[in-house]
Every structure is written in C-alpha cells, then in structure tokens.
Design a protein around this ligand. Structure first.
Ligand code: GLU
Length: 455
C-alpha cells in the first residue's frame, strides 16, 4: 500500500524512515523527492543484506547535500538594462571523488531541480567506475533569444562568484541544457582571469584546441545508443533495421541520431518544446545539425526544408510508432499516456538520454509490459564519463584521436551496462536495469561512506 508521500509498506523500515525524513525536510521540491524515491524504493534488498546501511543512517546522510551554494548573478543586457538571476551549485557527495556534474541554464532551474540533478549524478558518476563524486549547478537565466555578448556577460558574472568553489581536485563543472561549447569557453576564460592558472581540469567540454577531448560533444548521445545496443544484443538483436523515435533536438538528441544511424537504425522523429517532426525516410542529420546547431532555429524549420517530412505542432513525439524510444529532452517529458501509446505501438526498448525524462507511472507501464528500460543514470553516463577522459588527457598534457576516445567511451558504456546487469542479477531481478543501476551505484557510494567514518 502506498503512503501519501510515495513510500510503501513493503519497503524496508530504513527506506521508509529515510524517505519520510527527506519528504519532511524538502517539502517544496517535487523533482528532488521524485529522484530520491526512485532510488530509495530500489534499496530494500541492500538494506536487508547489509544492516549497517540502516543502523549508520547512510540513506539520510546520502540525501543531504554536503554543500549548497546559492548566489546572485547580476548582468547587463545589450540595451543597458540590469537583470538579476540566481546561480546554484549543489556539491552533493564526494565520497568517490571530486564533485562532478554539469551546469544548466534554463528558466525552470531552482534549488529543487538542481538537487534532483545532483542526486542522480552521484549514482551515475559512481556507475562509471571512474572515481568522481556528484554535483550539479546552473541558473534560472533564459538564454533563448539572447545575443552572444549577453551570453558572454552572463557567463562572466556567473563564474565571478562560482570560481572560488571550483578546482580540479574540488569541483569540476561541465555543460547541460543551455550550456554548450560557447558557454564553457566564456566560463573557462573568466576562471583563468580570476585564478591566474592554466587549470584545464577545472571544467570539461572545452574546445578541442584548448584542452577539450575528441568525442566529448558526441558522448552523451553516442553513449545512450551504445548502451541501448548492448541491452538489445543481450536480448538477441541489435539496432540494425529498427525504427527509432527521439525527443529533443539538442546536443544529446543530435548525437543519438548520429550513432543510431551508424548502427543501421532509421530515426524517424525528433522534437523541440513546440512540436515534433516525422520523416519516415530517416532524418537528414546534416540538415538537423545546420538548423539546430548553426542557425539555432526551431525544429519546424526542418519540415519546411525537407521534402516528405511533416511537422506536428504541439503534439507528442511518442505518438510516432517506433521500436526504440530515446527520450533526450528534459525531466518528466514521457508520461503514462505516452508510455501506453509506445507499448501499443510495439516498442521494444526505451533508454533515457536526458535526466529523469520518464515519469514513475510511465516506468511502471514499461515494467509491466516487459519493455527493456534503461534509466538515465546508466544510459546517459557517457557524457560525464568522457568528461573524465578529458580530465585524464589534461593531466597528462596529451590529446587522443577521435577513434581512441570513442573506443574508451564504448568500453566505459559496456562496463556501466554490465555493472547494472550484474547487480540486478545478484539481487534476483535479472534484466531490471532500474534496480540494477540504483543498487550498483548505491553500493559503491555507501561502502565508501562507511569506510570513511561519519561523513
Ligand atoms: N550534464 C551532463 C550529465 O548530466 C554531463 C556532466 C559532466 O560532464 O560533468 O551527466
């Protein structure tokens, strides 16, 4: 029976009390509560296996960020008007390594959203096996329609405050929604001016000529598809010949399209916040990159320029029949109604390129229909994993070829997949990637916390 706050009677008492504690202390943060519940409700078997997780209150400690920084970001627009935004950095857990996670610039950003993203990042980063802690940051700044110089001034103001909290052994940001190569450049430039150090490893997603890594731009989308391929292969087939639908048309979506096409799939749809396009012949990737990456236009323009493609304003991309669905836009974008449509249309696999894009009710629909489901903290970990590859190159003052970086990414994604698969099997839920990812990530972080005393 579910409690009003989502915990259930069949959960371990340690899970129930931890969730009650979190719900009480973070009342106005629905995304954070959702992310915590999704992890905690998988952990009962771990608590039964190792009672120290409960007696030493690891869950309560894990759900409280180590540090939360909130700051003012004043900046001047091109007309000389002054704006005041709010900046955040939540340094959530450093048991396994320095805080690592992206920065999101979007009007929906608030403390609860940053905490949900930071919390997810802890387990995602653990699953990479690369020794990184979890953190996340951002601002409620809306980059849409802002000029280049406005973006530059905003980034400089944001970093003027944030720089004192960063360092390659302390906290290493990167991009996320609204923060790409251009913004990382402005942020890094300001960090260097303030610190007077060439500390390449303090931020990732840098340009290839000044400390960036090959494949970092492609990594999240590529990694999501590599994970999907391995998951499908375990079930006797690959992506070759399958129809794929993708939500979003930003960095993650575009490179998911690219890798899916390389593996022989036909990607028939993608979207933005205004609607979606269907192109049964398969999306024209060069056109998509031009429209979204260069012209910074809406996705509707794709249908104007591509014969045979249609634009559906305001509709759900999940209405498009497909074998594989890759939600790559934003949190809670795929609900139970969409999940049922996908199941009725015969979807075989769903993998989250975005963070928490599938609502808990939709996950349940996929579970009951026995659809292969890869949660974001496993499937989209390729981005942060390649950030660590970038830091490795920075530390050794070297840079790898595209092929070398891509094969390292492929190995890392295989490792993440197998860690999830193994944990699910050990706990008697073979094939359940949600349980596998949460249990495997949790064990690594919790064991490190127990070993390091009361932290
Ligand atoms: N924002 C990305 C994520 O959600 C990348 C983080 C990073 O590279 O630090 O994992």
């Amino acid at each position: 029976m579910p409690f009003s706050n989502g915990a259930r009677e069949d959960h371990h008492p340690g899970v129930r009390s931890a969730f009650e504690h979190v719900a009480r202390r973070n009342p106005d943060e629905p995304e954070f509560q959702q992310a915590v519940l999704e992890v905690l409700e998988c952990l009962s078997p771990a608590l039964s296996m190792n009672p120290r997780y409960a007696t030493e209150r690891v869950l309560e400690r894990l759900c409280e960020p180590e540090r939360q920084i909130i700051f003012r970001v004043p900046w001047r627009d091109d007309q000389g008007q002054i704006h005041v935004n709010r900046g955040f950095r939540v340094e959530f857990n450093s048991a396994l390594g320095p805080y690592k996670g992206g920065l999101r610039f979007h009007p929906s950003v608030n403390l609860g959203v940053v905490k949900f993203l930071g919390f997810e990042q802890i387990f995602k980063n653990a699953l990479t096996g690369m020794g990184i802690g979890g953190g996340k940051g951002g601002s409620d700044f809306d980059p849409k329609g802002r000029s280049d110089t406005e973006i530059e001034r905003f980034c400089q103001s944001f970093m003027t405050e944030l720089h004192r909290h960063l360092g390659e052994y302390t906290d290493i940001p990167a991009g996320d929604i609204g923060v790409g190569g251009r913004e990382i450049g402005y942020l890094f430039g300001q960090y260097r001016r303030l610190s007077n150090r060439w500390e390449a490893g303090v931020i990732t997603g840098k340009g290839l000529d000044w400390g960036g890594s090959a494949v970092r731009t492609e990594a999240t989308g590529y990694g999501t598809v590599m994970f999907t391929q391995r998951m499908l292969e375990r079930n006797g087939r690959g992506l070759d010949g399958l129809k794929v639908a993708i939500s979003g048309s930003g960095n993650v979506a575009i490179y998911a399209v690219e890798k899916a096409q390389q593996l022989g799939a036909t990607v028939v749809a993608c979207s933005d916040s205004g609607g979606y396009v269907v192109d049964e012949a398969g999306l024209d990737l060069d056109l998509l990159k031009q429209i979204k990456g260069v012209d910074r236009e809406r996705i509707s323009v794709y249908a104007d320029r591509r014969p045979g493609a249609q634009y559906v304003e305001g509709g759900s991309v999940w209405d498009v029949p497909c074998h594989v669905a890759l939600p790559c836009a934003t949190q809670n974008e795929l609900d139970a109604t969409a999940a049922k449509t996908l199941v009725n249309n015969g979807v075989l696999a769903v993998a989250e390129g975005a963070n928490m894009p599938t609502t808990p009710e939709a996950v349940q629909v996929f579970r009951e229909a026995k659809v292969l489901f890869a949660p974001g903290k496993a499937a989209n970990a390729g981005g942060v994993a390649t950030s660590v590859l970038e830091m490795r190159q920075n530390a050794r003052r070297t840079s790898w070829s595209f092929d070398h970086a891509e094969s390292e990414l492929a190995q890392t994604m295989a490792g993440i997949h197998d860690r999830c698969e193994d944990a699910a099997e050990r706990y008697g839920s073979k094939g359940d990637y949600v349980l596998g990812a949460n249990l495997a990530g949790f064990e690594m972080v919790a064991d490190a916390m127990l070993a390091q005393g009361l932290i």
